[in-house]
Design a binder for this molecule. Sequence first.
Ligand code: PLP
Length: 232
Amino acid sequence: MSRIAENLIQVRQKLALNAQSAQRAASEITLLAVSKTRPSKDLRDAYLCGQRDFGENYLQEGLDKIADLNDLDICWHFIGPIQSNKTKPIAEHFTWVHTVDRFKVAQRLSNQRSDSLPPLNVCIQVNISEEESKSGCLPDALASLAAEINQLPNLCLRGLMAIPKATHDAREQHVVFAKMKALQLELQATYPQLDTLSMGMSGDMDAAIAEGATIVRIGTAIFGQRPTQPKQ
Ligand SMILES: *Cc1c(COP(=O)(O)O)cnc(C)c1O
């Protein structure tokens, strides 16, 4: 069995155990394989082991893999920072976008999404740790951004996403993810279709699932350590 197949099995087991401890159904949590910097053959390997959702951070790299792997039934998620002049290929080639944090980008994605495709599923990225240099909408601005995005015809607002400040302290991880859950609950009062919380990576998946993550974004634990300098 390949290294990637072994890793995937372990990650799935861990996800199932985390779900069980949280008294949640594992089936309500999607494992998103974060494949940035990985060659297409690694994704194919994971696909053969049953993986269907893949997340890419860098647009050109993602588009190259989408072309390479167009014989596979993959659900592609864009999870990287979005430049507003590069929204068109995202709108055309991805099924999900997790990193919408301003109206301008949302509006362009909606305008550029073909009417022949189902609406693009989007999450609003929240700067939950309120870090100055980080992308993401601040919690205070969330309600008004959600209201604007909800009006856009070719987007389906599905939920919230966060990349909290990295910490090994499990308690801190829980606190931040619980804040995300609270924000989701608040918004659900107005938008009941908001079923998604994209949070949790290789180092904090346990806490994220305990606090309600519905998509965990896992790279290293599936594909191994990335080269230290990411591409682009
Ligand atoms: C790289 C990345 C991940 C995966 O991180 P790992 O620690 O490798 O699991 C998840 N989400 C985003 C937005 C990323 O950029």
